[in-house]
Design a protein around this ligand. Structure first.
Ligand code: 5GP
Length: 200
């Protein structure tokens, strides 16, 4: 069975990652790994779909049991990738998409060197601030914290395999589609591709 790709996407809160990924997910046959988090559920989100929401104690129990592949704290809450979500799907040949922050992404790259890292950047910090305010889900304090976090994250984009600037949705969707299609036929996977040609 051909192992699925592991695509890791990061970008500051409000950069439009969700919208870009929503547009490519079905078209490119990607399945989301649903993370665990201790942050509060937002309006419009569903438990088990956006995240597995849980108490701090439950999250720490999963860490102790080795069920979390990587985790970090972000704006005072735990966020983590469940090992099972990634490994079972990749082994079943599915392409798995992780939408995680920069520390988690560099940990994934260390643990899974074949992961493909894509950073989605806003066109500017002022545009990011405008988008966060428009979303209207966060308080002023949280917005300020997310902006300074965004600046720190954008510096890390240099460690990613690809950087996509989301100035216009359609172009960002085109760019990310191009990256994923190229990775599917990349020479990095040549042994797998060659053996499929020789032994269909
Ligand atoms: P939000 O609260 O806006 O949903 O997410 C905050 C940040 O946590 C985002 O940058 C998001 O990509 C990141 N994040 C979500 N799930 C995970 C995870 O499982 N691991 C890590 N390291 N970061 C995550």
């Amino acid at each position: 069975m051909k192992k699925g790709l592991l695509i890791v996407v990061s970008g500051p809160s409000g950069c439009g990652k969700g919208t870009v990924l929503g547009a490519v997910k079905d078209k490119l046959e990607l399945c989301y790994s649903v993370s665990a988090t201790t942050r509060d559920i937002r309006d419009g989100e569903t438990d088990g779909v956006n995240y597995h929401y849980m108490k701090k104690e439950q999250f720490e129990q999963l860490i102790a049991e080795g069920k979390i592949l990587e985790y970090t704290t972000y704006c005072g809450n735990y966020y983590g990738t469940l090992r099972e979500e990634v490994e079972s799907r990749r082994n079943a040949g599915q392409n798995v998409l992780l939408e995680i922050e920069v520390i988690g992404a560099s940990n994934v790259k260390r643990l899974c060197p074949d992961a493909v890292l894509i950073f989605i950047a806003p066109p500017s910090i002022s545009e990011l601030e405008r988008r966060l305010r428009k979303r209207g889900t966060e308080t002023e304090d949280v917005i300020a914290e997310r902006i300074s976090q965004a600046e720190r994250e954008i510096h890390c984009a240099k460690d990613y395999d690809y950087i996509i600037v989301n100035a216009a949705l359609e172009k960002a969707v085109q760019d990310i589609s191009a990256v994923i299609i190229a990775e599917k036929i990349s020479a990095k996977n040549k042994e797998q591709i060659i053996s499929e040609v020789l032994n269909p």
